[in-house]
Ligand binder design. Structure first.
Ligand SMILES: Nc1nc2c(ncn2[C@@H]2O[C@H](COP(=O)(O)OP(=O)(O)OP(=O)(O)O)[C@@H](O)[C@H]2O)c(=O)[nH]1
Length: 593
């Protein structure tokens, strides 16, 4: 029993234990479950919470979104409204603006129209004023141009220089330089002996005078032929002046090339007549060309200066020293010598010849002369210094107007007064002789030894012939005397006195010859008894003779006029030939740098 009990007990205990364990497990399980549940709950709660939160959040979000949306919508709406408003406003504004614009445009158009009308009126007025002003300006310009044209005549550049100094080459260079800058020019060649002229010439002495024929015809050497050719050309120089006068408004420079034999131009009467005729009408400048490489020594330099000095005093015109061939050597040494006597003297010290001491003395005298001369260095071959050349010419031109023109005018006035004085003297002497003749006529008439009318008429014809010859000779004498006086202006006083004496002695001799032909006085033969008988007859004859004389003089004058007209026509024909020979320079090719 015990055992059973014990067994029972043990079973019970076991059972109990089991129960316990089971309970425990159950508890554990319960706990676990509880925990689980708790956890679940927690989780659930959490989830719930989460959900709740989520929901809340969602809600919140939703709300937020909603709110946002609402807000957005509101904003949108507001914006829309605003926009609408704005649009409306804008539209309104636009409308207003449009209206305003329309109004403005209308106003503007109106204003514009008004302004246009006003402007048109103003323009019309302005145009009228402008036209008036323009007319005034044109008139003023025309007047100014007239004045300018009166003042601004073409400048004559006479190129002078020793043989081989480069005058012709320089002329060619000047010609092409002026052509390059479209400056109109007129070119005259006065060298009759030149073979080839390498530039286009307007007037060429060779077209009028054949230098070789002059040599043959007058049996002259080259220099004499050049001088004679120039003299022959000068007799027609008034025609050259006529051509220049025609072209003076369109031409800026007149370039003149001269013969290489410098003295044939500068010291001949024709050279002087040409330069004086040109300088009394146009501003004239002498461009004296110097061969620079041949002037390197002080003595040759001084020789050149002496020459230029003599030309200056002969022509009495503005002077430009042109140191040519500067491509071979610089010309500054010459400028230094020109302006600084000391440097020239230093150069002379290196030479000890007689010419050196002569040059020193001359430099002391001439220093004053050439110190103020304009000088330029050029190269006719390369074209160097052309701008400076024309600048120098401009300065000389100013000098001509300010100094030389006054002198020329004075000299011209003196010559005119001299001529008038001579004419007056001639007139007075003629009046005097006429008075003497009249007084002689008033005296009782002496009988003519001629027996009949025919003889008296014949006598009177001879008398008339002599008188006509006398007057023609006197005219020639006067012309010759005038020409000679013109050519020898400086020593004219001496000549005039001499000539006047010769002239009056000749005149007296002829009167005596007439009064007493062959030493026989025809009036001596008549006695006083025949006076009464012959007086009426003499008077009648005298009247008839006077008419006869007058007719003869008229015929003589007519013949003279006819001759003059023929000569004029001949000259005109010659000039026409020259005009035809004028070359259209603008169409030519030039050597342009
Ligand atoms: N190197 C150089 N040679 C020159 C220059 N100018 C002229 N010659 C030369 O000098 C020589 C004489 O020139 P021309 O122009 O005939 O001199 P010209 O003074 O007219 O001579 P004539 O009519 O005989 O008096 C020619 O061989 C020219 O080529 C120059 O600027 N430079």
């Amino acid at each position: 029993m015990n055992q059973e009990n014990e067994k029972m007990e043990t079973i019970k205990e076991e059972f109990r234990d089991k129960l316990k364990i089971e309970n425990q497990n159950q508890n554990q399980y319960q706990n676990q479950n509880q925990n689980r549940n708790q956890n679940q709950n927690q989780n659930q709660n959490q989830n719930q919470n989460q959900n709740q939160n989520e929901n809340e959040n969602e809600n919140q979000n939703q709300n937020q979104i909603e709110n946002q949306n609402q807000n957005q919508n509101q904003i949108q709406i507001e914006n829309q409204n605003q926009n609408q408003n704005e649009n409306e406003n804008e539209n309104q504004n636009q409308n207003i603006n449009e209206n305003q614009n329309q109004n403005q445009i209308e106003n503007q158009i109106e204003n514009q129209n008004q302004i246009q009308i006003e402007n048109q009126n103003q323009n019309q007025n302005q145009n009228e004023n402008e036209n008036e002003n323009q007319n005034q300006n044109i008139n003023e310009n025309q007047n100014e141009n007239k004045n300018e044209n009166q003042n601004e005549k073409p400048t004559v550049i006479i190129i002078i220089g020793m043989a081989g100094s480069g005058k012709t080459t320089l002329m060619q260079r000047l010609n092409s330089y002026l052509y390059q800058y479209q400056i109109p020019k007129y070119i005259i060649n006065l060298d009759p002996a030149v073979n080839n002229v390498p530039y286009a010439v307007n007037i060429d002495i060779r077209d009028t005078i054949n230098y070789k024929k002059v040599m043959e015809q007058y049996q002259l050497g080259p220099n004499g032929a050049i001088i004679t050719s120039l003299n022959l050309f000068t007799t027609q120089f008034d025609q050259v002046l006529n051509y220049l006068e025609k072209r003076e408004k369109e031409v800026k420079y007149i370039l003149i090339d001269t013969p290489g034999q410098i003295e044939s131009f500068t010291w001949s009467a024709s050279g002087q007549i040409i330069t004086e005729a040109l300088s009394s009408t146009y501003p004239t400048v002498i461009a004296y060309v110097i061969d620079t490489p041949r002037t390197l020594t002080p003595t040759t330099f001084m020789a050149n200066m002496l020459y230029s000095c003599s030309i200056l005093y002969k022509t009495r015109l503005p002077f430009l020293l042109v140191f040519n061939k500067c491509d071979i050597c610089d010309f500054r040494f010459a400028q230094e010598w020109l302006t600084n006597w000391q440097s020239f003297d230093d150069a002379l010290k290196e030479q000890s010849s007689y010419t050196a001491s002569f040059s020193r003395s001359m430099s002391l005298v001439l220093d004053e002369f050439y110190r103020n001369l304009e000088s330029v260095g050029v190269s006719a071959v390369t074209g160097k210094g052309m701008k400076e050349f024309f600048q120098g010419i401009k300065k000389c031109e100013k000098l001509y107007y300010s100094v030389f023109k006054v002198e020329i005018e004075k000299r011209r006035q003196m010559i005119i007064q001299e001529k008038l004085k001579k004419q007056k003297e001639m007139k007075e002497s003629l009046i005097q002789s006429m008075k003497e003749e009249e007084e002689k006529d008033k005296k009782p008439k002496e009988k003519s030894h001629f027996k009949n009318e025919h003889e008296i008429n014949l006598n009177q014809t001879i008398k008339n012939q002599i008188t006509i010859n006398e007057s023609t000779k006197n005219q020639h004498n006067y012309q010759y005397k005038y020409q000679y006086q013109y050519q020898n202006e400086d020593d004219s006083d001496e000549y005039q006195d001499e000539d006047e004496d010769i002239y009056f002695v000749e005149h007296q001799k002829r009167i005596n010859e007439f009064q007493n032909p062959n030493g026989y006085n025809p009036y001596d033969d008549f006695s006083d008894d025949d006076d009464d008988n012959n007086n009426d007859f003499d008077n009648q004859n005298e009247n008839q003779n006077q008419i006869h004389i007058e007719n003869q003089i008229e015929n003589e004058n007519q013949n003279q006029n006819e001759n003059q007209i023929e000569n004029q026509n001949e000259n005109e024909n010659q000039i026409h030939i020259e005009e035809d020979n004028e070359i259209d320079i603008d169409n030519q090719d030039f050597d342009v740098d």
